[in-house]
Design a binder for this molecule. Structure first.
Ligand SMILES: [Zn+2]
Length: 340
């Protein structure tokens, strides 16, 4: 099969890879209907995360089940399924508490390489959620978004305790930040402030429910949020970048007693203990337990109540994966969908 492999920073190639096969009796093999490039794929692409030899890329996936192992009981060949970037058993105590991305049996999907024609999914019964039927083609991008960016933005909003009567600020205007806006709206937030200086992204933020846009960042961004909230700060702040600047911007934009939901993968973030102590801000985040939200998100997409697939503003064939990385790296695209 064909699949994308990162050889070195800036060097993505699509090449012949070995077809995945059932290894464990709990595995499934799926044929991808669509796949995509994640903001977090840009860390190794930019050389900020070490590249350890040629690495298959991609961890977001939706597609048709082709084959299941002998111990798989609920997932069947022919179903259209969505899974998350961590495979999970969905039965251990951690999963049952809603933290499937820390499952005691978790398997990271990144090493399997979902930017490909086929994918092996471990712990298929726990990991995969099937749609009611084979979806219409125009729904596929939204289901693919549910695999990571929607689930991650949703967790950011839940962790930030977005809800009725709340003012929610969103730091980061990538796909996760934009879908954090969508999630905050769905959760009933009263006011949603998107922090973005890119016009096409501001437009999508408005479409997803943002009531205000703040273009300033850093201290100026914090001052603007305070100004918009009577000097207090937002009740809920979603942090969807993962840098020192974005994390401090999120914490300082939150009012005492408020909540930060941080879902940008942290790179070199160090928190000042004393400032945190006196801030009275709750911090909750981490790799989103997307599996917790998948049944609800699939239902919302199936019934066309949300359209998270709009974050894909560029579609390319899988063979052009290298161009898709370039486009996202240079911020020419919010998110690129790849057709195997
Ligand atoms: Zn588990």
């Amino acid at each position: 099969m064909r699949g994308a492999v990162l050889y070195a920073p800036g060097d993505v190639r699509v090449e012949e890879r070995e077809d995945p096969r059932i290894v464990e009796p709990t595995d499934a093999i799926i044929r991808l209907s669509a796949t995509c490039v994640c903001g977090s794929d840009l860390w190794p692409y930019r050389g900020i995360e070490a590249v350890d030899g040629p690495s298959p890329m991609g961890h977001e996936y939706a597609g048709i089940v082709e084959e299941v192992g002998s111990e798989v009981t609920t997932i069947r060949p022919g179903q259209f399924v969505v899974g998350s970037f961590f495979a999970s058993d969905n039965t251990c105590e951690i999963c049952q508490a809603g933290y499937q991305s820390s499952c005691v049996q978790r398997v990271g999907m990144g090493t399997e390489g979902a930017q490909a024609e086929r994918l092996r999914v471990p712990l298929a019964d726990g990991t995969l959620v099937a749609t009611p039927d084979i979806p219409a083609d125009d729904l596929v991008p939204s289901f693919l978004a549910a695999s990571d960016v929607l689930g991650t933005g949703w967790f950011g909003a839940v962790a930030a305790e977005a809800g009725p009567g709340k003012t929610v600020a969103v730091v980061g205007d990538g796909a996760v930040g934009l879908l954090g806006v969508l999630a905050a709206k769905q959760l009933g937030a009263e006011r949603i402030i998107a922090m973005s200086r890119h016009e096409p992204r501001q437009r999508l933020a408005h479409e997803y429910g943002a009531t205000d846009i703040v273009e300033e960042r850093g201290d100026a961004g914090v001052a603007k949020i305070k100004e918009l909230t009577g000097g207090l700060g937002a009740h809920s702040v979603i942090e969807a970048v993962g840098t020192q600047e974005s994390m401090m911007q999120a914490i300082r934009s939150t009012r005492p007693g408020g909540h930060v939901g941080y879902v940008g993968v942290a790179h070199g973030v160090e928190l000042p203990g004393e400032e945190l102590f006196f801030s009275h801000v709750h911090l909750h985040g981490g790799p989103a337990p997307v599996r917790r939200f998948l049944p609800e998100l699939i239902d919302l997409i199936w019934n066309r109540q949300i359209d998270p697939g709009k974050v894909f503003d560029l579609t390319l064939p899988l063979e052009q994966a290298a161009e898709s990385y370039q486009a996202m790296d240079q911020r020419q695209a919010i998110k690129v969908l790849l057709h195997p």
